[in-house]
Write a protein that binds this ligand. Structure first.
Ligand code: XBP
Ligand code: MG
Length: 234
């Protein structure tokens, strides 16, 4: 019996953005800026500004934080929920097109890691604060098309929770749907918000460093790696 929780877990719970794929800089950020242009907003987020805004999980919530001047007092505009829901929907459609055109691929080692987990009799699940349509587009265009992996046992997306990460709600819902206890699972995350959410649900968590959260404090993680390939067995 191995004492490596990644090998002994009954299920591996994967975060999406930054963990399964580096989707933020070349995906969501590009899509947000295209949406702002399409709707005539005087906003264009730099990679640095977006890096700061990523502390707010949820794209809709991120735009509201920016509009309310979180980062840039000049950014403040009159917040109109219906308008920004349309902007967010447009942005996600654009993001799906980027994926359809092959703009984003899974991180090195992700497909092999899931294949090895399945071969060990483990389940795999997805626990993310991104919108369901964004997961569907990443799954269809970047993962399924090139790997033929079976679908995750459980998929929890942003719309299914009242509170997004760092709240543990998404992970607690995943445990409930998997009908597994915390000790039977392990989470793989890329950010402090994600680590707080998974740990808050009592799930041991491995961190894979990503572009935007490399400098986060990962105290409490059971392991920190730079690439998913470090989690592969020989
Ligand atoms: C990342 C997020 C999401 C994405 C954008 O989620 O916080 O908000 O940045 O997607 P995770 P939406 O790391 O949990 O996968 O615009 O659909 O929110
Ligand atoms: Mg993430």
């Amino acid at each position: 019996m191995t004492n490596d929780p990644l090998l002994s877990a009954k299920a591996i719970l994967f975060d999406v953005d930054g963990t399964i794929a580096e989707t933020e800089r070349d995906g969501h950020l590009v899509a947000f800026n295209a949406a702002f242009k399409a709707f005539g907003l005087p906003w264009q987020w730099s990679t640095e500004t977006y890096g700061r805004l990523l502390k707010v999980t949820g794209g809709y919530e991120r735009m509201r934080a920016y509009a309310e001047g979180m980062q840039d007092p000049e950014a403040s505009v009159t917040w109109d929920e219906a308008l920004f829901r349309r902007i967010h929907h447009w942005k996600n459609d654009y993001y799906a097109t980027l994926l359809k055109n092959g703009g984003i691929q899974p991180r090195w080692g992700f497909v092999s890691l899931v294949q090895q987990a399945l071969a060990r009799g483990q389940q795999w699940a997805v626990v993310t604060t991104t919108s369901q349509s964004n997961w569907a587009a990443l799954w269809e265009h970047a993962i399924l098309r090139n790997s033929g992996l079976p679908a995750p046992s459980v998929i929890i997306c942003g719309e299914q929770v009242a509170k997004k990460k760092p709240d543990p709600e998404a992970y607690l819902l995943a445990l409930e749907q998997l009908q597994l206890s915390t000790g039977d699972c392990i989470a793989i995350e890329d950010s402090r918000n994600g680590l707080t959410a998974a740990s808050g649900a009592g799930i041991p968590t491995v961190i894979v460093r990503s572009e935007y959260f490399r400098q986060d404090d990962f105290s409490g993680a059971v392991r920190v790696v730079d690439e998913l390939t470090e989690l592969l067995t020989a």
